[in-house]
Design a protein around this ligand. Structure first.
Ligand SMILES: Cc1ncc(COP(=O)(O)O)c(C=O)c1O
Length: 415
């Protein structure tokens, strides 16, 4: 198996030069690619003029924004660049989607939200309670901490209009079987809204294979800028009332859902993510391929490297008495991403993290805005979980350094 050329990866992330700080808060926000920053700068310094005019510079600027949507469409395998709605964040886009869908909910209808969501994919839907919509919670299996398809099937009724679930929880790290969920949801005539934020940095998105009606993620978690995309289907979007000015027609998709100017420079910067992934794949294979295959190859390399990092940390944590991993204990890249949370019996999560802070290592404690999960697990009193969230540019040596410092604060096993 080809292993990741870490020197190649390192050169693409300016924040890793020098590597004097171990960054394990990647699920909070990843490091940014040089190529992304360069594109943002290039846009701002060479084509930052108003779009939609007939003069040449305006046409170039509009073209660059379209190029950005094309690039994102290819990255997530959307059918059409018009399926991509750009926005400032996943939270903001989910609020927008909630407003867009308002007319589809009647009193007595139901929206199901999973218990493991970041609040972004719950709060947006609670808005409909005041119109008589029932919000039902899809609970996590207390033993395995999995979201079970069977549980979902038991909650769905002919009044269910929408199911909201993440692809990966930002605490558990477990990859949910979105296609399986989507099939059950669609069989009941409902739609599925997927929060892909914690999935996007680690695995290749394929909205068509997932059959997701609405898929949202943020680029700043996936090596890009503070910017986000909502992917939906054009034929579905055409039916929805816009939220833009009255004279923006129903056919102007995605413009009717993007009031004001979208952030053009950040959108253009996002092309740098695919550029990098393709370059990464080409560096590791001599096979001539199509763009999609290169993207898949890059994420294959990323997943394999991440599995090595996860295995090392999980193996250590499993050996520590009193540690409870909050998520799947297996490192398998098919099962999880390298976002690893745990608690220690009778220890405050904050105290552990503040101890580690002293050594130039960035990990984190808390509920990570998945407050309902933390409360359901009864972990709020110990300040939530300790979360170590890794990315493919992290190394085994960095994991070992962290483990070395954990050994000074976590209970010791019998040796
Ligand atoms: C799983 C998940 N969903 C949604 C969000 C919110 O993303 P944004 O900051 O773009 O609104 C986060 C941010 O931490 C997250 O981890």
């Amino acid at each position: 198996m080809v292993t990741l050329d870490m020197a190649f990866v390192e050169r693409r992330f300016p924040a890793l030069d020098p590597r004097d700080f171990v960054y394990f808060d990647n699920a909070g926000g990843s490091l940014v690619l040089e190529g992304v920053a360069a594109r943002v700068q290039d846009y701002l310094t060479t084509s930052s003029v108003q779009h939609g005019a007939s003069y040449a510079k305006s046409r170039i600027a509009s073209g660059r924004f379209f190029e950005a949507r094309e690039s994102v469409a290819r990255l997530v395998n959307a059918k059409d660049p018009d399926d991509i709605i750009m926005g400032p964040s996943t939270s903001a886009l989910l609020r927008t989607l909630s407003v867009m869908l308002s007319g589809r909910f009647a009193p007595g209808d139901e929206i199901i939200v999973s218990q493991v969501e970041h609040e972004a994919n719950i709060g947006a839907w609670l808005l409909h309670e005041k119109s008589g919509v029932n919000i039902k919670v899809w609970p996590v299996d207390k033993g395995t901490l999995e979201l079970r398809t069977q549980t979902l099937a038991g909650l769905l009724t002919d009044r269910t209009k929408l199911v909201c679930v993440n692809h990966v929880s930002n605490i558990l790290g477990t990859i949910n079987p979105i296609r399986e969920f989507a099939d059950v949801v669609h069989a009941h005539g409902a739609k599925i809204c997927v929060d892909g934020v914690a999935y996007a940095p680690h695995r290749l998105i394929d909205v068509q294979a997932f059959d997701a009606d609405y898929y949202v993620f943020s680029f700043y978690k996936a090596y890009g800028p503070h910017h986000a995309a909502l992917i939906a289907r054009r034929d579905d979007l055409r039916d929805l009332p816009g939220i833009n000015h009255f004279f923006v027609s129903e056919d102007e998709i995605p413009y009717k859902f993007q009031p004001g100017n979208a952030n053009y420079e950040l959108s253009y910067g996002c092309i740098g993510i695919s550029d990098y992934l393709i370059e990464l794949a080409k560096h590791h294979t001599s096979a001539e391929d199509h763009e999609r295959e290169y993207l898949a190859h890059a994420f294959g390399l990323i997943a394999a490297h991440e599995q090595i990092l996860s295995a090392r940390l999980l193996e250590y944590l499993k050996s520590v008495p009193g540690v409870r991993i909050i998520g799947d204990e297996r490192a398998d890249a098919g099962v999880r991403v390298p976002t690893i949370s745990f608690v220690v019996e009778d220890q405050d999560s904050r105290a552990i993290v503040e101890h580690i802070d002293r050594f130039g290592i960035g990990i984190r404690y808390g509920d990570f805005y998945a407050r309902r999960l933390i409360e359901a697990l009864g972990l709020e009193k110990q300040n939530g979980v300790v979360r170590v969230s890794m990315a493919h540019y992290n190394t085994e040596e960095e994991v070992d350094r962290l483990i070395g410092h954990f050994e000074t604060v976590l209970p010791r096993g019998v040796s």
